[in-house]
Design a protein around this ligand. Structure first.
Ligand SMILES: [Cu+2]
Length: 475
């Protein structure tokens, strides 16, 4: 029998069983014929949420997750087991329009596709290694047998280049998880190898609300010299490209919500530093971590929440203010591109006398930054090939002066329930926008007089403190 002959269902079942039996030992050529398809995604657009065909899994139907500039990996059902096929391989990711980077990822993209299952599902994941070196996958945050945890050398032999291994376990806890290699981790994660895993609750869960929109993305960072295409993999802290799902603004899709929707945003951090994620216009609560859902009594309102390295946070809010609201990492360097990195500070430096001689030596010489650096957002300076400007993204009123870890939350009335399309710029009701005013003959500003000391007494000399008199103990 030819190994590529169409398999009968019973043969497929038998082979899947055989593949499980040889977990951590490589799958034979014959068994490969029974592998589930490994769909590829080449577009960096946000894919529509994936709804399983005809089946809703082990539990009730769920609101599927929308992975920002990503997609959900389809599965096939094999004797009640959801089977997935991840292929670890070199990919080219377009991080922003015209900015292409050599990465390592899964199934054509970095990050890899989101795996989306229901609590209690039996899950079998085939992992084919098409990298030039060995790899493994660790299922961050999952309850599973020790031999499925994916730490190369500790829990399993590494998956050699060219081989396929299979992982199998039951998705025990509902929540948001991540996956990434636990093999040559520094290099493989610096190259973009990571993905999201969502487990929906099987039944109504006391600490998990129904939401109308459910977004997910990973924070990741790269060190890519301007003009280069391949990240520096040994960088420890000095990254220059700050990304969400390996995309940088203006390459990041907006989060679109219908007015009044309850919105969940799942954010995981696989960079080398923490990221305070800030959303304008609304208040949110952290309703879950990779450790599980947070009871309502333990939540508090926030507009920024810090997401430490290796952590995942679920933010939830009611989208009850229409508009285009900024949403970004609050570390201001993380909303800048590579060209803002390592530029000398020139504020207050008058180097006008130097410009002419410098331009004689270098006709491309430019004066930058002596009045701040806002000009950089407008400047059409010639960039090295294949990078993106220091500040970038343009709104209806000019340059937004943000790139990297930035996007918008677009809240609109009257959207369709499953309409995730960018609704365009927000039309502000008349009279609700900051505007210039004519100040006429405004009086000149004067420096306020120094405050008088109480009852005209001389200021207390530095270093001596007067103990306030305590009531009832006057001396
Ligand atoms: Cu940040």
């Amino acid at each position: 029998m030819k190994s590529n002959a169409p398999s009968t269902p019973s043969r497929r079942r038998w082979l899947a069983g055989a593949a499980t039996a040889v977990a951590a030992a490589g799958v034979s050529r014959v068994a490969l014929a029974a592998l589930p398809e490994a769909p590829q995604q080449t577009s960096a657009d946000t894919a529509a949420p994936w709804t399983p065909p005809g089946v809703t899994g082990a539990g009730r139907p769920y609101q599927p997750v929308v992975t920002l500039n990503g997609w959900t990996l389809p599965w096939r059902l094999n004797n009640g087991v959801k089977e997935f096929h991840l292929v670890a391989e070199p990919v080219v990711r377009e991080m922003a329009p015209g900015f292409f980077v050599n990465m390592w990822g899964y199934n054509g993209q970095s990050p890899g596709p989101t795996i989306e299952v229901v609590e209690g599902d039996r899950v079998r994941i085939f992992v084919t290694n098409r990298l030039p070196e060995h790899t493994t996958i660790h299922w961050h945050g999952q309850r599973l047998p020790n031999g499925m945890d994916g730490v190369g050398g500790l829990n399993q032999p590494q998956i050699p280049a060219g081989k396929t291994f299979v992982y199998e376990f039951t998705a025990q806890r509902p929540g948001t998880f991540m996956y990434h290699p636990h093999a040559d981790e520094m290099v493989q994660m610096a190259m973009g190898m990571m993905g999201l895993w969502i487990t929906h609750p099987r039944a109504r869960h006391p600490h998990i609300a129904n939401v109308q929109r459910d977004y997910a993305f990973l924070l990741n960072a790269f060190d890519i010299k301007p003009g280069a295409m391949t990240p520096q993999v040994n960088t420890m802290l000095d990254f220059n490209i700050w990304a969400w799902n390996s995309r940088v603004f203006p390459g990041i899709s907006p989060l679109v919500a219908r007015l009044g929707d309850r919105v969940r945003v799942r954010v995981g951090n696989l960079t080398m530093t923490n990221h305070p994620i800030h959303i304008h216009g609304i208040e949110f609560e952290v309703t879950g971590t990779d450790g599980g859902p947070v009871p309502a009594t333990a939540r508090w309102p926030e507009v920024t929440t810090d997401i430490a390295v290796g952590q995942m946070r679920q933010l939830e809010f009611i989208a009850d203010e229409p508009g285009d609201w900024a949403m970004h990492c609050h570390k201001s360097h993380h909303t800048m591109g590579a060209m803002g990195h390592g530029v000398p500070t020139m504020i207050g430096v008058d180097h006008s006398g130097l410009v002419r001689p410098l331009m004689r030596a270098n006709p491309d010489y430019m004066v930058m930054g002596e009045r701040g650096m806002a000009d950089m957002g407008e400047m059409q300076m010639e960039l090295p090939r294949n990078t993106f400007p220091m500040m970038t993204g343009t709104g209806p009123y000019g340059p937004i002066e943000m790139g990297g870890m930035f996007t918008t939350l677009k809240v609109r009335a009257g959207l369709g329930a499953n309409d995730y399309r960018d609704p365009g710029d927000y039309a502000m009701p008349p009279g609700t926008q900051a505007r210039p005013v004519e100040v006429g003959n405004a009086p000149p500003t004067t420096r306020a007089p120094a405050p008088a000391t109480p009852s005209g007494s001389p200021p207390t000399p530095a270093g001596s403190a007067t103990k306030p008199a305590a009531g009832g103990h006057q001396h």
